[in-house]
Write a protein that binds this ligand. Structure first.
Ligand code: COA
Length: 580
């Protein structure tokens, strides 16, 4: 089928649907929702059999939905309507939620239902639920709706749930406000999670208004502290007392005009943070009670490292902390090391927001990429054990190449990779990719991986030779099976032979061309990206961090704009314009 996506951006959900539909043989083109006449033009150019809106914030123009079936993905159960569906569901602590695919009509979210899917809620942020449960449910529901459209052309019969439908407004900040004198830790966490990734919960520190994100349960302070007191910092987070414990706030967005994007909390409010005592553990891989960004576990001969960096972005200091944790873990001499990344993202490369906030973004970009290279090098040089990158979440840019430093790459079926650096202002990339990509057993074509700007599904990545195994029906099942497989490797008779072969191969590779040479060549390109005359990377990064809305759809997505009929339609418009 010929399907047009009308979407605000090509976000994770849109990418996953795009990949799933294409894998079934459908043709999919994408148009960003920029202006009504641009969307109308896209429909005229592509002449789709079906329009799908994976992620929209505005109504589809009547001129489109009157003449085409338009299916809207709503992240709510049947009957739920409005723009803050998940926010309300998390705030109200519902046990089950869902995704509904409905047909666009005059009234928002009120059209006929084509498919719906439900899932169990989890204690997680809105964006985590969106990336995992909502995305998985949306895939099932959209594929069912497309099948239904092809087979019957008719929506589901109206259900009782639909008849009870009601509109819930955009959740206001007044509703999200935390009462630090009354709200217990669970309530505080729920309020912040319901607003994370956007818009955050408006609060303040020393009178400075700021939005709170990235909240986790924290140990109570060892000294008396009244509820609401900011009492310390742990790494880049700030700690705040609640009525019955404490929370850690990892990221803030100032709301006083002094910065408009999210930053690690101690960077967003550096002066205020400097006055608070450091409560961090000396070792990055602490294992005690409260939440830790980097967490190590060991199970006999299998060591596990979790690194749940917010949004998968890894700053210079985080690279250094992870490298220290890796050193500490390898010192225990495990036979197998499993790198789980975080629950939402494995890794998305250098921390673009921290770079944007630096006095010299070029210098901070350089420091960050050097730290990423050091980390990747430590993984390549871990030749005494079998290293496994186990991706429960998506990975982007340098994060993908860091994973290639492992001996084995495993992923959950829903994982989406964006290995290309090109989308970030034509970055050349580093992380030893020029060494790591060709050394894969079924060496994928470097031009295909680096040159294409489209996402890759886990199964596609496996077919291309980027990933070794894809398994697990859910994130939890994936983790459990990955651990079981890792234990199998640790006790397998052939492991010692494999490790010996790995060490010999590394020595041969080093003799052929030292790793330092790969690194120097890559970094020479990166130096030009950061300090050269072409500012593309700095512009792309700034647009990304400041969330500048797209003013056009990239050509690799808007394929309808390259088709011969595009030229014909433009010619007709030109004639019409001239005559007018
Ligand atoms: N640095 C800082 N923040 C990052 C980041 C990075 N490298 N990668 C992702 N994020 C943030 C986004 O800003 C967004 O923030 P929000 O919580 O404020 O909304 C969040 O992570 C989710 O990203 P989003 O782009 O909405 O997710 P997606 O699933 O649609 O797309 C990527 C995933 C990886 C394709 C996309 O985030 C991306 O291109 N990231 C940049 C990768 C990169 O170029 N890294 C630098 C080179 S190594």
């Amino acid at each position: 089928m010929r399907i047009l996506f009308l979407t605000r951006s090509f976000n994770g959900l849109a990418q996953r649907l795009f990949l799933e539909l294409r894998a079934l043989g459908h043709e999919v083109a994408v148009e960003f929702d920029i202006a009504d006449d641009v969307s109308t033009e896209a429909v005229a150019l592509y002449r789709p059999e079906l329009v799908i809106a994976p992620f929209l914030r505005r109504a589809i123009p009547e001129s489109i939905w009157r003449h085409h079936v338009c299916l809207v993905v709503h992240p709510g159960i049947v009957g739920d309507r409005g723009p803050s569906a998940l926010d309300w569901a998390i705030s109200e602590g519902v046990a089950e939620w869902g995704v509904t695919v409905l047909q666009a009509e005059a009234e928002l979210d009120a059209g006929p239902v084509w498919a719906a899917e439900v899932f169990a809620m989890r204690d997680a942020t809105k964006s985590s639920l969106y990336r995992m449960e909502v995305t998985d449910a949306a895939v099932i529901a959209v594929l069912a709706a497309v099948r239904r459209y092809a087979e019957t052309g008719l929506p589901l019969p109206a259900s009782a749930g639909q008849q009870r439908s009601h509109w819930r407004p955009l959740m206001p900040q007044a509703q999200r406000r935390i009462d630090w004198q009354r709200d217990d830790t669970d309530t505080v966490l729920r309020k912040i999670r319901a607003a994370d990734g956007q818009p955050g919960v408006l609060d303040q520190l020393s009178g400075i208004p700021c939005h709170l994100f990235d909240a986790h349960r924290e140990d109570r302070p060892a000294w008396p502290c009244s509820p609401g007191t900011w009492f310390g910092r742990r790494h880049e987070s700030l700690l705040r007392a609640t009525v019955d414990g404490a929370v850690r706030i990892g990221h803030l967005r100032r709301a006083d005009g002094q910065g408009h994007f999210k930053l690690p909390a101690t960077l967003a409010l550096a002066e205020q943070a400097a006055l608070l005592p450091e409560c961090g553990p000396a070792d990055g891989a602490a294992t005690h009670g409260s939440w830790h960004e980097i967490r190590s576990e060991s199970d006999g001969d299998v060591a596990v490292l979790h690194f749940a960096f917010y949004n998968g972005a890894i700053s210079t200091v985080q690279c250094e902390r992870l490298r220290a944790a890796l050193r500490h873990t390898l010192a225990q001499r495990p036979r197998v090391l499993v790198l789980f990344g975080g629950p939402d993202f494995w890794c998305n490369g250098i921390h673009l927001n921290v770079i944007e906030a630096a006095a010299s973004p070029a210098d901070e970009s350089w420091r960050n990429i050097v730290a990423m290279d050091d980390l990747t090098l430590a993984l390549i040089e871990a030749t005494e054990c079998l290293v496994i990158a186990a991706m429960q979440g998506n990975a982007g840019a340098g994060g993908v190449f860091m994973a290639l430093a492992a001996d084995l790459l495993w992923a959950r079926p829903g994982v989406v990779l964006n290995p290309h650096y090109k989308n970030m202002g034509n970055l050349y990339g580093s992380e030893y990719w020029t060494y790591l990509l060709p050394r894969r057993p079924r060496s994928p074509c470097a031009a295909e991986v680096m040159g294409r700007r489209l996402p890759i599904s886990a199964h596609q990545a496996q077919a291309m030779g980027l990933i070794d195994e894809v398994f697990g029906s859910s994130a939890a099942a994936f983790r459990a099976e990955a651990l079981a497989r890792a234990r199998g490797w640790a006790t397998a008779g052939g492991l010692q032979r494999r490790l010996h072969a790995k060490q010999q191969q590394r020595l041969r590779d080093e003799a052929t061309k030292p790793l330092a040479a790969y690194r120097d060549e890559e970094l020479a390109h990166m130096r030009r990206n950061f300090y050269g005359f072409d500012p593309s990377y700095h512009i792309a990064r700034s647009n990304f961090v400041h969330r500048v809305p797209a003013s056009w759809t990239p050509r690799h997505l808007a394929v309808h704009r390259d088709a011969p009929q595009a030229a014909a339609i433009h010619a007709v418009r030109q004639v019409d314009g001239d005559q007018a």
